[in-house]
Design a protein around this ligand. Sequence first.
Ligand code: UDP
Length: 477
Amino acid sequence: MKKAELVFIPVAAAGHLIPQIEFAKRLLDRDDRFSVTVLVMQSPSFTSLAAAYAKSLAESNTPIRFINLPPPIHFRPSQEVHKSLEKFATEFADYHKASVKEAIVNHVVSNSNSAPLAGLVIDMFCTSMIDVGNELGVPSYLFFTCNAAYLSLSLYLPSRQDEVGREFEVFDSELVIPGYVNPVPSSGLPEVLLNKNGGYTTAVNHGRRFKETKGIIINSFEELESHAVKCLLNDFDHLPPVYTVGPLIDLKGESNKTDSNEILKWLDNQPDLSVVFLCFGSMGSFGEEQLKEIALGLEQSEHRFLWSIREPPPKNELEGPSDYKLDELLPAGLLERTKEIGMVCKWAPQKEILAHKSVGGFVSHCGWNSSLESLWFGVPIVTWPMYAEQQMNAFQMVKDLGVAVELRLDYRSMSGEVVLGDEIARAIKCVMEIDNEVRKKVREKSEQSRLAVKEGGSSFTAFQRLIDDICINLETN
Ligand code: UDP
């Protein structure tokens, strides 16, 4: 094979875009026959971080070519976003089919400077782009931003739907779900699987279409999810090849251009393993009452803390954090009382924080990127899932893998539940113990994750297999 072009179609949310770009960078580093174009959807709403990252990379001297798709001025979702984020994101992606095809035809297929198109790398919300690939006569490869266990669950949905014919219900009690070692209590299912506003149907439809791709790329590694990987190999008919190529972590921090000096300087002055870090992803925000309980819990735990706080987003669109005053959100006097032992910030340089030797524990929403980062840096998590598939990640990490301390497995940000300060303090004390079993397990996984991406490691080898398969598919297409 001489040269080959891949066109990436991510959704512009931080947790999706960042690992996909990281994957593209590693592909280009490994094999100079490839070139990559990323089509960027101009979302009116998705997190400003994703948009800022795409923009700053596009303006740098990256070999990745970025093409902005036309603004979605005629996009009319069938319902408001808060009824189902997944349905909204899927409709938003579907809306772009024509402009994606046009961009590929104009900038790649009929561009004499472009290498032959080897395929599309599509986001898990963009399965409708498989049609575009078919029309252009090229294969689609799925980039699955969640883990191998959740892929098993997604692939299981269509056959379950054919059998049962309805959404999951909280009264379903315990469920045996492929990919998970232990039966999953239905109370801990992600909101999308219970959603009657089209979220569940959207998930089933995506699960059906995943099998139409030529390969599935997962940001995970075999040593972490051996059960789920085995399940993917054995339990599904006609599944395209699966490549676990992770962890894909932007270790150079190019996706995080925040001013981190003050935070890192503060961490430099703290004893080793003394600080608990709290951060809830790009969209994890709390109401006033819950913020107060977290503050209480932190004080009660008597541990040093670094707490990243998001402002509650508006209900009608998916905006990222806008400008807000931390002292107005927090209980009066908290910042003054805790200034010796605590720091509160807005967007946090999470990877740099987790890498810092003073950080000993992480209260997290269990987004998959955050989970991989915590494992990579060997920092044990306290689970506080909020949205998307995070409840399943929390369940898997606590019950199946023993790499996290349970605070909640079934919290949902829309539920209005308030987790009490006492419980928060207890979980923090537990995760901060120096010699607990969870920390030992996390350290083991940390080593394994680093070996997996080194030459000869499982993810490195899977990556090569993927490259070889893309080349073979191009030549035989
Ligand atoms: N992140 C960060 N600072 C923050 C919040 C998030 O750097 O204050 C990064 C985090 O390191 C991770 C990504 O944003 O790489 C969030 O991805 P994840 O899958 O954990 O959660 P999501 O935001 O998609 O819910």
